[in-house]
Every structure is written in structure tokens, then in C-alpha cells.
Design a protein around this ligand. Sequence first.
Ligand SMILES: [Zn+2]
Length: 660
Amino acid sequence: MFKKLLVLVLALSVMSVYSQDGAHLCSQSKIERFLRLQKISEINYPGDSKIDVTYYKLDLKITYAPNYLSGNVTVNAKVDSSSINTVYLDLTTVLTVDSVLLFGSSTSFTHLDNKITIALDRNYSLGEALSLQIFYQGVPPRTGFGSFTFDQHNGQPIICSLSEPYGTKDWWPCKDTPADKPDSADIWITVDTSLIPVSNGKLIEIVNNGDGTHTYKWKSSYPIAQYLISLAISNYVEYVNYYVHSPTDSMPITNYIYPESFTTAKPQVDKTPLMISIFAEHYGEYPFLDEKYGHAQFSWSGGMEHQTISSMGAWYDGIIAHELAHMWYGDLITCKDWHHIWLNEGFATFSESLYLEATQGSTAYNNEINKRMDNAKIAVGSIYVQDITDFWEIFNYARSYAKGAVVLHMLRGIVGDETFYNILRTYSYHPSVAYGVAITEDFQAIAESIYGSSLDYFFQEWIYGENFPQYTIIWNKYDLGSNHWNLSLRIIQQVNTNPSFFTMPVQIKINCAVGDTLVTLFNNVQSQNFDITIEGEPLSISFDPSNKILDTVLAIVHGVVGDINLNTFSLEQNYPNPFNPTTKIRYNIPFVEMVPLKFSKVTLNVYDILGNEVATLVNEEKLPGIYEVEFNAERLGSGVYFYILRAGNYTSTKKMVLIK
Ligand SMILES: [Zn+2]
């Protein structure tokens, strides 16, 4: 799913809504409409674990005037328990169940708390088949992002579904969990002949019923998660282009577009074949090649990756690429439960950057990743979603989308491009997950098997941990003779909550007179020393120069490594001293009492010999770290000056001499 409205920030009763690109502000009415959507609290999830669904058939009749749905759903399943005499399906009690058939014979049922509990005619044992048919009707409620919507565009009806995460049961009886995919599904939709009903898979047949209605019979022959079964019904213009996947064969990309949007949408959907080629090259072939890909315009402002037919509320490159990428990550492999939604959304968000890289080059990729890093830095909590009863938690943009995408970028940085895409291609079609479901550990195991080494530190800290590393680097150099130098480095991380610090390979670029040297260090201690011998005198260093890590570099200090006490406040002697007219003053805000991360109010002022304040060098809240400020005394006369550091209860005074 691609959300147009992504992060709600409420502060001092000022509300801002950030879109995908972090810049666009949405109108107040949209915000209100979004906030009005009902918050869901789940009681049934994860569905009846005693059955394994093998097939769904939806046979629905839908009218716009009045807004109404009636129909029947067939559920075939196998018993996945030693012995049962009841089963349940999930369906909102807003809808009315008229009857339930078991193998074609009427059976008794109750419909309470959004569950249809069905009596079986005897005890059924492990592996036995069940076939149920539920007849029901009513006006589906609209929950979540708009599980079932009757709306209008340009005076014409648009009826559409967006079931993720818990809205499937708002319009059809199902086992409401992504963990249990049927092997196939039929979706038959009967509507007024002025409308086209669009759904998943292949269009098998259109039947004119001779009563002003027609029935479109869609069939998904691939496994499909319940929330990816969709419908979109409107007065569409149908436009087909093709993905040529071999010299002799192609797959249709079928687009259903509002007539008034066609001119805008056409040049955009014409980019889809190229996008499919790019993703197929990096992720493996398009997963539903025997059916189709396509887009169906709908009334929500974002997009939704319904299998083989994404529902679209906008037509820009990012959203088209995002929903398409979900065909691999979301649809081919579906997160087993919503705790692991980053396996859908992080991957689809990363794919937006990949599309930019493939079409515009690495600068475009890096710019996009930088934006996702900015989003990811405001993430609160772990990427693994702790509270899946609240869809705001599941679809938190900073965590599930942006930080999830950055995790893939960081994995790419660790293992290198070739291994990274080998991991993704292997994951896509690995028999343990392809056309099935996955959790983080499935992806991790495949990544490790291709990489050939454990990545447990990486997944533990980035998926189950929170925040990101904040580094201070102190460095010094020693002449070893014969143009060889020792570079001594200390990498210090601020204390984090979980993990307390981040283990990561880090890159340091050493700028020497003779050229640059790039070294990778495995940083696995909170405050860690490294000694590197290099040719040529090091002049300066940069940390993580290629932006491979979601991090903040607090300071890079050229100083005596290990000389500064990191456990207490300190104010160093300025250097040079005496000076004219500039000098540098270094001070340390200690790492003690760092859990949780604390700021200290710090001031650093300069006084003349009479006690008159002549300069304020620092007056702000500071995180622990080593800092250096420059003092420019251009406008002052020669003489003795004092500088005083005040931070909390700590005060320190030092003397310096200006000689002009
Ligand atoms: Zn998405």
C-alpha cells in the first residue's frame, strides 16, 4: 500500500500531514476525512487456525442505487486439527447471513462478534475436506483505509475495496489472515451493464444476464492472500499495453482508467513495461506472468497492490513503481502477519529508489535514500510492529516504509550489489516463501545462506531494535617514517536504548596528500580503538562517506585519541595559544547518565580581564560528545581573556592570551 497521507504530527495543536515526498501538505478536509476513519480493534485475528483454506469463490451482485451487496461465497478448506465439529469464518455483523451450506446442505450457524460459527454434521479429522457456502447481504461498512467504498467521480459511481489489514470481513466471509492463502480463487461480480467490474487474475468470461446487468468472471490461478482479493467498479476506459518477456511472448498490462483521467494517466501507465523489466531483472521474473498486471483507478488517494491489478488513486512514477514492486514483495511473498509488514512496505519503498537508479542513475538513488533516511530518523519503536491491533502502528510511514527501505539499503551496503540482488532473487522464488508467506527470519535465513555469514546482529538491531547510531570519531596520526603513517581512531557511540549500541561495518575515507584511502572497520564495541597504517600523511577523515548507514555523525575531532575523559565534563586548553586572531576551544559533554539520551544546557562565554563578557560561543542544548568551537577575536585588543564552560552543575574556567 502506498499512503498519500503518511505521518501525522500533532504538536501544540498545530497539525501537519506529510505526504510520501515529505513536502506536500494536504488539505484540512482530507485530514479530517482520514481521521474520521474508524479505528479497529481486532478480536478474531488470526482466523480459525483449525482449517487450511484451499479455495474461495466470490459470487457477488452489487448495485450503486441503492448501495447494496448480496451474494454467496464458497470456502473450501482442509481440516488442520485432530478433530473438529465447528468452524468459524470472519464476517462483519453489519452484514446479514441468510444461510450456510455444508457440501450443499443447509447447516446451522451463529453470527456474533464478526464471526460466523458453523456447525458441522459430524466430527471431521485432520486432512478431511470441507466445502462451505455462505449466502449474505447488506451494505458493507467502511473501516480502516476504506475497506469497502461506494463513492463518485465526475458524477459516476466508483465502488471499490481496500481490505488491508482487517477489512476483508467487511465485505465477504473469509479466514481473515494473510497467513493462509488459498491455492486459487474465482471472483464473479454482477453489476449494471454501464459499469465494468475489475478484479484479480484473468477475465474468463463476461455474461450478459439480459436484465440490464452483466457478470464478469475473474479467476486467480495463483495463491492469493485474502486482503489482496479486490474489486473496483466504474465506467472505466480500458487501455492495454504489454510487457514483452521473451522474443515470442508478452503479457497484457490492462489499465482501467476514469474517462476524465485518461489523458493524464496514459503516459504514466506507459512506463509500466519498463518498470516490470527493471524489477524482473533485479528480483526475478514477474510472478503472475500467466495472468496479467494492471491498474484500476479508485477513490482513495493512495495506491493498493491488489494481486495482478493495483488500485490507483494517483499516477506518478513513485506510486506506480511502489505498487508494482509489491507484486513480488507483498503478493508473491506476503508477510505472514502484520508484525512483519516491512517485508511488504520496506521492500516496495526501496523499489522506488531502485527504479530511480535504473532510469536516472546513482545520484537520483542516493537523493531518494537520503529522503527515506530523514523519514526513518523520526521512527519511534522497532520496525517489527509491536501493536498490530492499530493500523496506525502497522502502516507507520517512518518505520514500516522508510526505515524498512533503509534497512535494505544498508544490507546492500554490507553485502555488496551482486550479493544483494542475488539475495533478493533467491528470496523471491525460494520454495519456502514463494507464493506463500514469510516473516523476517525467513528473509534473514536466505540472506545469510547467500552471503555465507551470519547477519543476526544486523536484523536484531535494525528490525527488533530502535533508533540509529550516533557517532563521535576522534583521530590522530603518527609519523612512522618512510612516508608511512599510523592513523589512530576512536569510534564512540552514544548509548542507545535497544540495542545499547549498533554493530556495523563502517567506512572511513582517509584523505591524504597522495590521494584517498577507503577502509572498512567492523565496529562492534561502544567505544572502540582502531590503528591503521597507511602510506602518505593523513590530512582529514570522513566517516561513512557513501551514506551506507542510517546514522548521525556528531563530531569528527582531530585530537589525542584516548586523551579525553569521556566520563566527565571537560574543558580543554584552547589552541593555538597565544593566538591571533582565531583559536579553537574543545570541550566534552560526558557519556555518563546516558540512558535515556539526555541533553545538557551548555554555555561557553568569553570574558575580558575586567569580567566583561565579550563573546558567547555556545548557548544551547547539547547531546553528549566532544565539541570544538572557533573563537575569532578580530575586533578585540591584545590581552588576557577567560573562557568559562557551564553545563549543569559543572563550571570550568581557562585563560587564553591574544597577541596582536
Ligand atoms: Zn505499499
